[in-house]
Design a binder for this molecule. Structure first.
Ligand code: TYM
Length: 336
């Protein structure tokens, strides 16, 4: 069985963008791959969350993973900070990562620009924000993961992980790391903001109306879709370049109902945007209902913590082996 690794940061409100771009694939892959999924709490530290929001956000995200269908008997879900090998390998990989390549990461450039232009002019760019993609490479390489399911915005980071793996294989020892491949869905890889369809839907967007949160009430979902930005053409056609708002609604509805986009286009041939918006909202409400019910059952249950512990125990076994293999290749003297 091929091995899969992917992670999500416990920051902000998980949105249907995260679900449709990433988690949906995580669930679908459970039967055919050996899966390691992670709540990347150490990554969240790069935005300096309060202790309370990190703690609660971590447990909220874990419960959502299980609620969308991650089965603890099929896949290993764990908290990144419970497997200390992630931090250890991250340092070792920083020593073969280049300042230039990290400076070129678009997410870093965007976040840096945002911090510099924000009113909090005093806020600094931390070393953690800069070296974040190296920790992500460590996450992936520790598990000898061959496949990494992600949304479009993480493609560049997975490519960096590939470059680092290839470099270690050339400079340190041939075959010391497996070179991973990103897996990006054909539809849903970049769900756009409902307020500004030229930008991606983001769980950290300060404008809540820009996204559908996984735990939004039916009323909130309906209101947000009714106000979704479209265009003035009044033509329902899938064209993500010229009709980003309408195409976004079609993608969301298609993924939540399993109806191909071409079928939806035919159904809406003589309809207006009002109907498209309302029916997309109804599809999302229907789709999220059982997920939300499972979430509230699980969020404070003792078995969730047991599952996470089991996931971390399984993860650690593999992570330790890979870390030791790399430490030996580097020439670090073994303790045993
Ligand atoms: P994060 O937490 O920002 O997002 C989690 C996943 O959701 C995808 N995603 C989207 N997909 C479609 N449309 C959107 N609007 C949208 N917004 C987000 C992301 O592409 C991602 O797959 N650095 C990562 C977390 C990470 C990771 C890893 C991922 C840490 N280590 C190792 C894979 C492998 C991140 O911040 O994702």
């Amino acid at each position: 069985m091929k091995r899969v690794f992917s992670g999500i940061q416990p920051t902000g409100n998980l949105s249907i963008g995260n679900y449709l771009g990433a988690m949906k694939q995580f669930v679908e892959m459970q039967d055919d791959y050996e899966c390691f999924y992670c709540v990347v709490d150490l990554h969240a530290l790069t935005v300096m969350p309060t202790a309370r929001s990190l703690h609660e956000g971590t447990l909220d995200l874990a419960a959502l993973y299980y609620a969308v269908g991650i089965d603890p008997h099929k896949a290993n879900l764990f908290l990144q900070s419970h497997v200390s090998e992630h931090s250890e390998l991250s340092w070792l990989l920083q020593c073969i990562s280049y300042f230039g390549e990290l400076s070129r990461m678009t997410q870093f450039k965007d976040k840096k620009q945002l911090i510099e232009s924000s009113k909090k002019g005093s806020q600094s760019i931390t070393a953690g924000l800069f070296s974040y993609p190296v920790l992500m490479a460590a996450d992936i390489l520790l598990y000898d993961a061959e496949v990494v399911p992600v949304g479009q915005d993480q493609k560049q980071h997975v490519e960096l992980a590939r470059n680092i793996a290839n470099r270690a294989n050339q400079l340190i020892k041939d075959g010391v790391f497996v070179v991973p491949e990103p897996l990006i869905p054909k539809i849903g890889a970049k769900i756009m903001s409902l307020r500004d369809p030229s930008r991606k839907m983001s769980k950290s967007d300060p404008v809540d109306a820009s996204r559908i949160n996984m735990l939004d009430t039916p009323e909130a979902i309906m209101t947000k879709f009714k106000k979704a930005k479209t265009d003035s053409e009044n033509l329902i056609k899938y064209d993500p370049v010229n009709k980003r708002g309408v195409s976004n609604l079609l993608e969301i509805q298609s993924l939540c109902t399993n109806k191909p986009i071409s079928v939806l286009e035919a159904e809406y041939e003589n309809s207006g945007y009002g109907k498209l918006k309302t029916q997309t909202a109804e599809a999302v409400i229907e789709f999220l209902k059982p997920i939300q019910e499972r979430y509230y059952e699980l969020r404070n249950s003792p078995e969730m913590l047991e599952y996470l512990k089991l996931g971390a125990d399984n993860a650690r076994k593999i992570a330790r082996k890979t870390l030791t293999r790399y430490q030996n290749a580097l020439g670090l003297v073994s303790r045993d």
